[in-house]
Design a protein around this ligand. Sequence first.
Ligand code: SF4
Length: 69
Amino acid sequence: MSDRLRVAVDREACCGSGNCVRTVPEVFDQDEADGLVLLRQPAPAEADWAAVREAAYNCPAGAIEVTQG
Ligand code: SF4
């Protein structure tokens, strides 16, 4: 299996809702200083892929990009 899931976040677009952090705390964190998203894991474990996709889908700012391949 060479497939990998890659995650990128756009801190310029993030509005600090925290949804992604609540959905997958293994992958996303929230900056204590400005409340914006921090990416903890740009290449998440396969066990987290479904939750990462859900977080991207539910991000109110469209600030999470998920690519696979
Ligand atoms: S869900 Fe989107 S807007 Fe909310 S903290 Fe995460 S990246 Fe930012």
